[in-house]
Design a protein around this ligand. Structure first.
Ligand SMILES: *Cc1c(COP(=O)(O)O)cnc(C)c1O
Length: 341
């Protein structure tokens, strides 16, 4: 099946650069970014810093590297980060904070809304005692599993961290989804954090790239871990141009992805065998009878619908390359499967 006929709901990372984005990449003015000479990288960093209310930004190949660079800039060897059990930085980044940063993660359980209870955070901050690692950083994620953390919660959590002498980092891989869902300016989602990492390669539709934001002093220090981690690029303007295009053209339209996720959830709720969780911004989770997961995934694939099945839950993510007709096809394929099984 041609890729154009596929409805790929595995992730919002699967988007391909649009014709306009490719033109912007081709036309990008470039220079050697390690010398600070790439005007397009500089423009992207300044644009995002301005939009999110920070002094400076630093472009990197991936969100994983951007988060790890942030953690290594905030924490020294033997310091500790408080982080959610389900947080990408803790669970899905190969343990990089511990392996490469010598930073001890203290994972904390989430509440059903994705937040970490303030009492839980407070209780996990270690006293200054040689028995303990030095608790140095609180890292939150918004959106998390598609769920938007409420801004008053974020303010309370970052206030608590700062009162106790901790720094704060936000994994804002999908920060713009949160802003669009809340109907607020993107900088409001970043308020209270000393650093924020944003992905350009998720719902924003760029092929590559994340940006770390912080104070000028923080970003200057972050250049060293970025270099150590192999993230200092040369004529990276060809990539940054895609990011600028995404920020100019693909932010407001995230609302369409959220509407499509709603359509998808509504359609799937009509199927008796499924338990539907969501939509949460651009994500829907469906729990399927465990014995059916493998067969369902294969059946959907045969009908040109790709999903991420982690038994018994199937994750469905909407994005730039899936339209309402694609959603109808996906719902119809789910229905056809359960009509036979
Ligand atoms: C995708 C993602 C990352 C990492 O980004 P990569 O570019 O895939 O390394 C970090 N945090 C969250 C919440 C993500 O969804």
């Amino acid at each position: 099946m041609a890729t154009a006929d596929l409805v790929d709901l595995r992730s919002d990372t699967v988007t391909r650069p649009t014709a306009g984005m490719r033109r912007a990449m081709m036309d990008a003015e470039v220079g050697d970014d390690v010398f600070g000479d790439d005007p397009t990288v500089n423009r992207l960093q300044a644009l995002l810093a301005e939009r999110l209310g920070f002094e400076a930004g630093l472009f990197m190949p991936s969100g994983t590297q951007s988060n790890l660079t942030a953690l290594m800039t905030h924490c020294q060897r033997g310091d500790e980060v408080l982080v959610g059990q389900q947080a990408h930085t803790y669970r899905y980044e190969g343990g990089g904070a511990a392996v490469l940063g010598s930073i001890q993660p203290q994972p904390l359980e989430h509440e059903p809304d994705g937040s970490i209870a303030l009492e839980r955070i407070a209780a996990a901050i270690k006293p200054d005692d040689p028995h303990f690692a030095r608790t140095r950083l609180l890292a939150l994620e918004n959106t998390i599993g598609g769920k938007v953390l409420p801004l008053p919660y974020q303010h309370a959590a970052t206030d608590l961290a700062h009162e106790r002498g901790l720094a704060t980092h936000l994994d804002g891989a999908r920060l713009f989804n949160a802003a669009v869902a809340l109907g607020v300016a993107p900088h409001e989602v970043a308020t209270g954090f000393d650093s924020v990492s944003v992905c350009l390669s998720k719902g924003l539709g760029a092929p590559v790239g994340s940006v770390l934001l912080g104070s000028r002093e923080f970003i200057d220090r972050a250049r060293r871990p970025r270099k150590m981690l192999g993230g200092s690029l040369r004529q990276a303007g060809v990539l940054a141009a895609a990011g600028i295009f995404a920020l100019e053209h693909h932010v407001a339209r995230l609302a369409e992805d959220h509407a499509n996720a709603q359509r998808l959830a509504d359609g799937l709720r009509g199927i008796e065998e499924l338990s539907v969780d969501g939509p949460h911004t651009n994500m829907v989770f469906v729990t399927v009878p465990a014995a059916s997961v493998g067969a369902l995934e294969a059946f959907l694939h045969g009908h040109g619908i790709l999903v991420l099945a982690r038994s018994p839950t199937v994750r469905l993510v909407t994005h730039l390359d899936v339209d309402a007709a694609g959603i109808e096809r996906a719902v119809a394929a789910f229905r056809a499967f359960f009509a036979r099984h």
